[in-house]
Write a protein of this length. Structure first.
Length: 517
């Protein structure tokens, strides 16, 4: 190559680098803005309210008995609440962590630039693990951080073990992934010095602590009380591999185009995309036949083998996959998109490790790109989040403040949805489901949900007695029905003040002024 040609090639590469870096920064900045604009819902605000209500870490861990997950994210949020009572402060931390995930991928992953951008704009890293303030973003940061260290600084075994230990303190899906990574890390590690054994000991302590904090209180109510295997539960667990690899709802593909063309007025749905119904229909209307069910569960394993072509790498993915499916089946926790995404992270981490060590051939590269392209379609669909609020909780709370009703005696039902309004208001609400004042929800047997019409009438009358003549405002997640009103309200029915609906989730609200004759 002549000197002129060499200089020209370097200049072309430099221009290409500048363009790619610019696109990356634009995408990153845009998603930070999306995160700060996002109206949070109960799963996000629950942890912030727990932190805000906990005067100490002891109080925090006491409250976490009814959360059934690890404590790392909760402790970080608790630290944020020491500095600010504004829920937006948690979103700032979330944006920083999500940006860290993107930087690790863009700077240290062995994928091509096209593959990196497809990965970053995929559904999970573009929306679910970026815009929403949940612990799953930490799972991506710690898991990919571990793989990056294993690739670029293999001598730092203590740091690698520590990252795996922290990964085990988030949610059970991340704990299972952590165990899979730890087993293969132990098998392939050649340098077994003092640091290696010390790091392994740290990991085991962190793992034990993480599992201990996930054991719920005896009267924990939502799920996990009946642990056993059944074919129906295994059938329902199909959502895990399908949701992880195909985060796209085929029935929604044309909705954005129809909305942009003005054919329909309703903004397109974008959350929790899944192709499970489509997969079941392709499998001849059902998966009851064991062979069809086995083929669906085997597909991710075959796809992983096509991508990695190494037994140890395949083992890493299969351990995580089998563990997550077993958990979903035995505890009957099929999960939704944010749970399924951990399996997607496990596949990407496996492909990362394989690509860094052995490179890739044409078929393995295109198998990975197919997964990334499908994910990117789901990510692009998530841009519809800018056309409708995720939750109406922020709008409802602002309206209450602007109309000087936030200091009234607030009554809420259903408590789970209304807790988001309490989170933005930063004050308690009297929940009919537990007949108690609170902000966050205590998921125990003392709650009665859903309420029958008779139970609602009785508890509403009791709440009005507690109001003791003060102005009473009812925040409801659906309109009141005539049979839900106490008899003494017949001459003075509740006055509908405002309604907020059209949210992506079920967090729509109807606000009433209550009075007695």
């Amino acid at each position: 190559m002549t000197e002129a040609a060499y200089i020209g090639a370097r200049r072309s590469a430099s221009v290409s680098d500048i363009i790619c870096h610019g696109v990356f920064l634009i995408l990153l900045a845009s998603n930070v803005v999306r995160t700060l604009r996002h109206a949070m819902w109960r799963d996000e605000l629950q942890i912030f309210q727990l932190g805000r209500a906990s005067a100490s870490l002891t109080d925090l861990f006491h409250h976490l008995r009814y959360e059934a997950h690890g404590s790392l994210w909760d402790v970080m949020v608790w630290l944020v609440t020491r500095a600010s009572a504004d829920p937006a402060s948690m979103q700032v931390m979330q944006a920083i962590l999500a940006a860290g995930v993107w930087l690790v991928i863009y700077r240290w992953s062995p994928f091509t630039r096209v593959e990196k951008f497809l990965l970053l704009v995929g559904y999970f890293l573009f929306f679910e693990y970026f815009v929403m303030s949940r612990s799953y973003t930490l799972a991506a940061l710690l898991g990919f951080g571990f793989v990056a260290i294993r690739q670029h600084a293999p001598e730092r075994s203590i740091v690698a073990w520590l990252l795996l230990g922290l990964l085990a303190n988030l949610v059970m899906h991340a704990t299972i992934w952590s165990i899979a990574l730890a087993i293969v890390f132990a098998l392939e590690q050649r340098r077994r010095d003092t640091a290696y054994y010390a790091g392994g000991a740290v990991y085991l302590v962190c793992l034990a602590f993480g599992i201990w904090t996930m054991i719920p209180a005896a009267d924990y109510a939502p799920w996990g009380g009946d642990i056993h295997f059944s074919w129906q539960r295994l059938y329902d667990a199909v959502g895990n591999p399908v949701g992880a690899l195909v985060p796209v709802d085929p029935s929604r593909l044309v909705d954005p185009l129809l909305y942009l063309a003005g054919v329909v007025d309703a903004a397109p749905k974008f959350w929790n995309p899944t192709a499970v119904i489509w997969v079941v229909s392709v499998a001849q209307a059902n998966l009851d036949h064991p062979l069809r069910l086995a083929l669906v569960f085997a597909a991710p394993v075959l796809l992983c083998w096509l991508i990695v072509r190494r037994p140890l790498r395949l083992m890493e993915f299969v351990l995580a996959y089998a563990g997550i499916v077993a958990f979903a089946t035995l505890w009957y926790f099929p999960g939704t998109a944010h749970h399924h995404g951990i399996l997607f992270l496990a596949l990407i981490a496996t492909a990362w490790a394989a690509r860094a060590r052995d490179g890739s051939d044409r078929w393995s590269a295109w198998a990975l790109r197919l997964v990334l392209i499908v994910g990117a379609i789901g990510g692009m669909q998530s841009l519809a989040s800018e056309t409708r609020p995720f939750s109406q909780s922020r709008n409802a709370s602002r309206w209450l403040v602007e109309n000087k009703l936030s200091d009234a005696f607030l009554i809420g039902s259903r408590d789970a949805q209304v807790s988001s309004v309490a989170g933005y208001l930063g004050r308690p609400v009297y929940y009919l489901e537990c007949q108690c004042n609170g902000t966050f929800i205590i998921w125990n047997g003392a709650r009665q949900s859903p309420l029958s019409a008779e139970q609602f009438r009785t508890r509403l009358s009791r709440a009005l007695e507690l109001a003791a003549g003060r102005s009473a405002i009812l925040i409801r997640n659906r309109p009141l029905a005539p049979d839900e009103l106490p008899a003494d309200m017949a001459t003075r029915p509740p006055e509908l003040l405002q309604a907020f609906y059209g949210a992506e989730t079920d967090e729509n609200f109807w606000i009433y002024r209550l009075g007695r004759p």
